[in-house]
Design a protein around this ligand. Structure first.
Ligand SMILES: C[S@@+](CC[C@H](N)C(=O)[O-])C[C@H]1O[C@@H](n2cnc3c(N)ncnc32)[C@H](O)[C@@H]1O
Length: 182
């Protein structure tokens, strides 16, 4: 993905005290491609972290806005203030929320069509994040989860119970679709 690597890693040095794990380069390229293919008017992210996924999503939004003349807002939230302060002002149409998925859900508009969840890595947290964003997500929205195949987290159980799909990637991406009402 031309330029994506530079975009992902540009900027300030690593933040002390902030979880620096994030999507790999390959997974960032996957997210970028997914966002360009889905062409969402709004993207939601839980877990800004090291901004790796956020940057890939912003890069996709930039392509949609500047090259395809389509609207695309990227919203991100994190319970830690440092990633939010760092993400502010990044990208073209971004909103950074200091708080959890419930706070993000109370503010986000329009209805997100692509949701990337990479916050706390427990099944209960995934369920809470999904439950918070499900009602405000657009019909047909794609929920994407990170770190699904890392054994230390045991998150595949959540995906299996929710009826989602596991996409092979370095750390495992889970996909769940909110059904269309029509
Ligand atoms: C694995 S990192 C995210 C990495 C990021 N997606 C990337 O690719 O660079 C997880 C982040 O989620 C945040 N977090 C943990 N629990 C959360 C929650 N309940 N709601 C929102 N963010 C949370 C942490 O502060 C941390 O910054």
């Amino acid at each position: 993905m031309p330029g994506l690597r530079r975009w992902m890693y540009r900027g300030k040095p690593a933040l002390e005290g902030v979880d620096q794990t994030g999507v790999t380069e390959e997974e960032a390229a996957f997210l970028y491609g997914l966002a360009v293919a889905v062409r969402p008017r709004c993207i939601a992210e839980v877990g800004t972290g090291a901004l790796r996924s956020f940057r890939a999503l912003c890069k996709a939004a930039e392509y949609l806005i500047c090259d395809l003349d389509m609207p695309c807002a990227v919203w991100t939230c994190d319970i830690s203030s440092e990633p939010i302060m760092r993400a502010r002002g990044f990208g073209i149409a971004t909103k950074c929320v200091w708080g959890d998925a419930r706070k993000l859900a109370s503010q986000i508009h329009p209805a997100p069509e692509l949701i990337f969840i990479d916050g706390k890595h427990t099944c209960d947290a995934l369920e809470a994040d999904t439950t918070a964003l499900w009602p405000v997500a657009a019909d047909g929205a794609l929920f994407v989860y990170h770190d699904m195949s890392l054994p230390q987290f045991g998150l595949q159980k959540f995906l299996e119970e929710a009826g989602g799909l596991l996409i092979p990637s370095p750390r495992g991406m889970g996909i769940l679709v909110k059904p269309n009402k029509g």
